[in-house]
Design a protein around this ligand. Sequence first.
Ligand code: SD4
Length: 293
Amino acid sequence: MTYAMIGTWAMALSGVQRAAATLAADGTAGDAVETAIQVIEDDPSLTSVGYGGLPNEQGMVQLDGAYMNGDNFQIGAVAGVEDVASPIALARLLAKERVNNFLVGTGAEAYADQHGLARKNMLTSGAKTAWQKRQVEVGQGGRLTPYDGHDTVGMIALDARGHIRVGTSTSGLFMKHAGRVGDSPQPGNGFYADSAVGAAAATGLGEDLMKRPLCFEIVSLMAQGMPVQEAMDKAVYTFIDQLQARNGAVGEFSYIALDHQGNFGVATNVEFQYAVFSDRVAPRLYLAMPGND
Ligand code: SD4
């Protein structure tokens, strides 16, 4: 049976490599997504996800993440959580609840404690130094630009039994306001999954990504019979053009998607690397260029 996995940015490769063994040994898509994202969350050298993620204006690391079960549409999501070692583990646990699926801040942290999830100080000394340096620059009249040091990890897995799961995890934007929430934990915007069809995940400037639920739109177009790449081209580039025409300002948009047969697609308006693994392809990185040619 076909199995496959796709993840955002070059950092996804180490996670996909780790999860490859799980999928190849008839493991579940949920375990593959959680394992792959945790590899990224645990890596202090990656400054946009989990431990080592860059802090907000106040010097706090606030994390967003989500998990979706494509079989029953259950969603778990967290936003603005502090000192939780694995937001994806927390989101996956929340996806099992009947209610209270999306928790923020201290409520999410209390839930993590009640369920025995690991807590840890997520601010590394490297991230603190980057924050202090930015304070000095701002003090010297430098502009506060929140839009750097960001890359969300999004992972989609299809297992050999046809189950599809998607997950996201991010520290959002460096120097964001306290309490700012991006697209990554928002269903339809940051992610969407339907095991009968496929799934999609987003990365880029959350403030723009949440202007249209493109992950849901991509999956909807696929449900109508459109091939995955065509669905992405139609949904993503149409909206980018619309936003450009009506708003002028367009941030970074990058999307990955996988269909229930293991075919994948990508749409982006920046140079974008992504990692893929399947029963046909050993774990590897691809590079997508902006535009739909
Ligand atoms: C956010 N979409 O919080 C995330 C950040 C990101 O590439 O993915 N940047 O807005």
